[in-house]
Design a protein. Structure first.
Length: 149
């Protein structure tokens, strides 16, 4: 798995060393910085570890080391150390203020025929029916209403 070779410039190396020394930032960023410093094959490199050695030294998998190297070579230093935009559920906020307002407005209307009151499932179905969102769970509806009480 030596397809990607990391060669850090002196200024990149100093920036990574400073980040590791300060310990500021998330654990993931510090671990990725350490991995890049360990597998660096440039002229200023200290360790020049293999992927397996770096994985063992930083208690991660060789696959993680490979992914960090690939990210560095293909996308640059920021992509390799920092989080990518939109990664994880937090990056894709589905329910914004406008959607919340429309959900609350629906709860203020009369419930469908045959029902005495709105249920969370009925509200979720209505939100999809009105094409406010493509899909939403009744749990998310509950969270919106709980926040608005």
């Amino acid at each position: 798995m030596t397809k990607y070779v990391v060669t850090l410039e002196q200024e990149e190396r100093e920036g990574l060393l400073a980040a590791v020394r300060k310990g500021k930032g998330g654990a993931r960023a510090i671990r990725h910085a350490n991995i890049l410093l360990a597998v660096d094959k440039g002229e200023h490199a200290d360790f020049k570890m293999t992927d397996e050695e770096a994985a063992s030294a930083y208690r991660t998998s060789a696959r993680t080391v490979y992914s960090v190297k690939r990210s560095f070579v293909e996308d640059g230093l920021d992509a390799a150390v920092g989080r990518r935009e939109g990664s994880g559920a937090r990056g894709r906020r589905k329910i914004d203020g406008e959607v919340e307002a429309r959900i609350v407005a629906i709860t203020c209307t009369d419930p469908p025929a045959g029902h005495a009151s709105w249920t969370l499932r009925l509200l979720a179905d209505r939100v999809v029916e009105l094409e406010i969102l493509d899909s939403i769970s009744y749990v998310a509806i509950g969270e919106v209403l709980k926040k608005r009480n």
